[in-house]
Design a protein around this ligand. Structure first.
Ligand SMILES: C[S@@+](CC[C@H](N)C(=O)[O-])C[C@H]1O[C@@H](n2cnc3c(N)ncnc32)[C@H](O)[C@@H]1O
Length: 249
């Protein structure tokens, strides 16, 4: 398995990370529009499902919650609405955070935004109760290092929710979906966002990413236990929830 994402033309983790950050910087102004149009708003259901699955932790009094790779903030906003509390959103792409900031202000929400790399989080060990990451994890330059970093900052009893695209398990459906992703998505996504390379990268990065059972194994190796997961919408996406044991083993 690859250590992390490997966009075409990049050789090192640093190059991959820079490529991802600059690509999202170009996409940022039209990210929401492209997202909602290309998914026919199904992404809203996926984020709501994520919120529902972490409600137990979200509702704990004083739970400290981080939406990692928050982008323009859609999941962060859904999480704050559910909890009614100030949460933290972080991302390493400034233009995406600018989009999130505008939306938080418009909705009169109170969550704070932090510009930081998911592989070097500016939080102490065991300081958070919940981390969510939606469509960000696949873009990390090192998947295991990302999990280790999230595990480091989570408290005993905490939880990690990873919402991510995956390979649909049904082969016939996967064949049609992969054809669409490779041939139609870059043209339509490119036209809407003005960045066709982003929509060529997307299916390529999903293809190289561990499948849903593989991601569950990776999470267990990184000391999340138990790990539960479910496919969403014919297995286009998957939602993984990993828990941190209440007492360190
Ligand atoms: C596809 S967007 C998803 C944004 C948002 N979570 C959502 O659901 O719409 C992926 C985000 O991950 C961020 N990202 C990728 N790698 C990152 C890293 N190493 N550290 C922090 N953010 C990262 C990108 O900047 C981008 O905003």
């Amino acid at each position: 398995m690859k250590a992390g994402t490997t966009p075409e033309g990049t050789k090192t983790e640093q190059e991959a990370s820079r490529w991802v950050r600059s690509m999202f910087g170009r996409v940022a102004p039209r990210y929401d529009l492209a997202n909602h149009l290309l998914s026919a708003n199904v992404d809203v259901y996926w984020r709501n499902r994520t919120v529902a699955r972490v409600r137990d932790v979200l509702r704990r009094p004083d739970a400290r919650v981080l939406d990692l790779a928050c982008g323009t903030g859609d999941l962060l906003i859904a999480l704050e609405r559910e909890s009614g509390r100030r949460l933290i959103g972080s991302d390493f792409c400034h233009p995406m955070l600018t989009g999130a900031h505008t939306k938080l202000e418009r909705e009169r929400l109170r969550s704070v935004l932090v510009e930081s790399d998911a592989l070097a989080l500016p939080f102490p060990d065991a300081s958070l109760d919940l981390i969510t990451i939606a469509f960000g994890y696949r873009n990390l330059a090192n998947y295991r290092a990302g999990l280790d970093e999230m595990r480091r900052v989570l408290r005993p009893g905490g939880a990690l929710a990873i919402l991510e695209f995956t390979q649909p398990p049904n082969r016939s459906f996967a064949a049609v979906y992969n054809w669409y992703s490779r041939n139609v998505l870059p043209i339509v996504g490119g036209a809407i966002s003005g960045a066709p390379e982003a929509y060529r990268y997307l299916p390529e990065s999903v293809r190289k990413f561990p499948d849903a059972p593989g991601l569950a194994s990776l999470m267990k190796e990184a000391d999340f236990q138990p790990v539960e997961w479910e496919y969403l919408t014919f297995g286009i996406a998957a939602l993984h929830i990993g828990r941190v044991a209440t007492t360190r083993r």
